[in-house]
Design a protein around this ligand. Sequence first.
Ligand SMILES: O=C(O)CNC(=O)[C@H](CS)NC(=O)CCC(=O)C(=O)O
Length: 271
Amino acid sequence: MKSYLAAAIQMTSVPDLHKNLAQAEELIDLAVRRGAELVGLPENFSFMGEEQDKLAQAEAIARESEIFIKTMAQRYQVTLLGGSFPVPVSDTGRVYNTTILVSPSGEELTRYNKVHLFDVNVPDGNTYRESSTVVAGQQLPPVHFSEHLGNIGVSICYDVRFPELYRHLSDKGTDIIFIPAAFTAFTGKDHWQVLLQARAIENTAYVIAPAQTGNNYGRRLTHGHAVIIDPWGTILADAGDKPGIAIAEINPSRLEQVRRQMPSLQHRVFS
Ligand SMILES: O=C(O)CNC(=O)[C@H](CS)NC(=O)CCC(=O)C(=O)O
């Protein structure tokens, strides 16, 4: 594993596929011009809108999102996480909430369907029923083993509240955890940073968390603050609340140093 720059992209995705893909390419271009070799897009990067609109356009969103991710990875010669996008599940009328990691040659390295669905009545009065349109994934997320970039584990948004998923990634040797998200503004202000730092600290791993921000559609407000966090829990970069990027160095000697200073993974009793 070498030292390199990684970027977490922050977007305000709207109910317009082509607008979102154009915004995503601009931000990938920015990240690459600043030297990033590993880049992540947020959850639902290619479409944020009413659930019924998303379902109606799911075939096109799925097809174009996947082509877009592979084309961008090749065009910009980066390893790219396609945050998440809907993928129709036959005979259900619903979709998976899916993320893929793609190599600079356009090859799919890993694929994961979000396991934990956001069915929550948020105290601000908004109700979320992700399971009404999304089929839950049935498999733990995969880890991609990379000689150059380190071992990369993936997850999506609401997963961040379930530490057992990350302990699984950690057991598989994960050095870098992706957590692309579209956190609500209401929960995000109190929980987002704390949860991300906890996942980084308890697994002594880097966390790369691309995010949605601002007013996506209707009354949907997302929290922003795409971040990159080091294995000590220090926030290395924060994209604030406007579309943009958080960019920071992923450094194997820092990883090794923190794992030496805080060997908690070696002190587990119940494993
Ligand atoms: O809403 C959309 O348009 C797209 N879908 C999402 O943004 C997903 C599923 S509803 N959001 C989350 O999982 C938020 C979790 C969260 O905010 C928390 O855990 O507090």
